[in-house]
Structures are given as structure tokens and as C-alpha cells.
Design a protein around this ligand. Structure first.
Ligand SMILES: [Zn+2]
Length: 218
């Protein structure tokens, strides 16, 4: 038990610095987005609900049972997307990190409602041949967990939650952060291409189009 306690402590510390890196990248959109790390076959550590990532302390992170989401350690409310992370770990025993972000351009491509192919060699190796689209359900509900769980495959580590954000799985935190950076690069290239090919018929709502144009005009 002492060993497990030690490993939870070090996971909590590593998660704090990962969250700060992700917040610095602008991938958590304020207090949106959340992170989970597996402890073993039965437990995970998750970020608390609606937390400011810059003031978060290791003891604010919650330890939950994967099967039941019962909290075994922690004082704060766990993230409302805990069910997503638990499903990912249960379906994919090979993954140790599950990351949900609201990163800007990858979130924009979730509005298109379809799978997005990945192009770079590194992205394909780390994430798979494409980002899989998960049909829409409101954030934090069992409907979203069900829709996500149905889509999980052994070959793909990156998923687009329709009109919402992304979920990415990885072996460790460093690899998870690299993967979401790659996803943002791929989403940027994909949008650029779609706009060039189809400037007049592009199906984004105007505010998003304006945001995309601003990003590309920099
Ligand atoms: Zn979200």
C-alpha cells in the first residue's frame, strides 16, 4: 500500500506540471479540458472539476475506481468527464494517460462531424491513421460516455467529440502532450486545405470562419 501511495503522489505532481504546459499552450481553454492518469488496473487519478490549472495543488487531484467512479482519495469534485477517461482505460489496458482538451482548431474541426485523416508519419505512428468522430451528446453525461465507448478501437488513440473537443490516449504524459500538439498541427493543415479547396461552400458558422481566417492571416 505504501508503494501505491508513493506512486499516486508522484502521478499527482507530474499531472500538475502537465496541466500547466497544456494551459500555456491554450489547449484547456480556461478551466475546460481535463486529464486522467492510470495508477493500476483498478484506479486512476483525475483533475478536479472546474479547477484553475495554475493554482491546482497535488492534493486537489482525485483518485477514482475505474469500474464504479467511486472516489477513494480527494476532497474536490472530480472532473465531469471521468466516465470518458475510465472507459478509455478499461477498453485500452495499454494506455496510461487520457487527455481531454478544448484546443482551438482541433475543436473547430469537430463541427464538421466526420473522421479526419492524419497525414504526418509521426502523427500516424502515435495516434493512428485518423481522428475518429464521436457523435454528439452533451458534455459530462452518460450519453457521451456511451457514444465514446462505442467508438474506441485498439488502432486509434485520437477522438473528436462532436461540437466539443478532443480525447487523446497515450502511454505517458510526455507522449500525450506531443500527441495533442500534433493533432492541432494536423487540424490546422486540414482546415487550410478545406478552405482553399472549397472557400465558398465551407460549412463553418461565420464566427468560427472569422477565427480561422485570423489564425491563418498571422
Ligand atoms: Zn470538454
Amino acid at each position: 500500500m505504501k508503494n501505491q501511495h508513493q506512486s499516486i503522489k508522484s502521478i499527482q505532481k507530474e499531472m500538475i506540471s502537465a496541466c500547466i504546459q497544456l494551459a500555456d499552450l491554450g489547449f484547456l481553454a480556461g478551466i475546460g479540458g481535463n486529464l486522467a492518469v492510470r495508477v493500476d488496473q483498478t484506479l486512476m487519478v483525475v483533475t478536479p472539476s472546474a479547477s484553475d490549472y495554475y493554482s491546482m495543488k497535488p492534493e486537489d487531484l482525485c483518485v477514482l475506481k475505474l469500474e464504479t467512479l467511486e472516489m477513494v482519495e480527494g476532497k474536490k469534485e472530480p472532473t465531469t468527464e471521468s466516465g470518458i477517461h475510465a472507459s478509455f482505460f478499461l477498453e485500452r489496458p495499454d494506455l496510461n494517460v487520457s487527455l481531454h482538451t478544448h484546443q482551438p482548431l482541433a475543436s473547430a474541426i469537430t463541427l464538421l462531424g466526420k473522421d479526419v485523416p492524419l497525414e504526418s508519419k509521426e502523427a500516424k505512428e502515435k495516434i493512428g491513421s485518423k481522428l475518429m468522430m464521436v457523435s454528439y451528446a452533451p458534455s459530462g453525461t452518460s450519453f457521451l460516455v456511451k457514444a465514446f465507448r462505442k467508438k474506441i478501437t485498439q488502432q486509434m488513440n485520437g477522438y473528436l467529440l462532436k461540437n466539443h473537443g478532443i480525447v487523446c490516449g497515450a502511454k505517458d504524459l510526455k507522449s500525450a502532450i506531443r500527441s495533442v500538439i500534433l493533432i492541432e498541427e494536423e487540424a490546422t493543415a486540414f482546415l487550410k486545405q478545406s478552405i482553399q479547396k472549397n472557400r465558398r461552400n465551407i460549412q463553418f458558422p461565420k464566427p468560427i470562419m472569422d477565427q480561422i481566417e485570423t489564425v491563418f492571416s498571422k
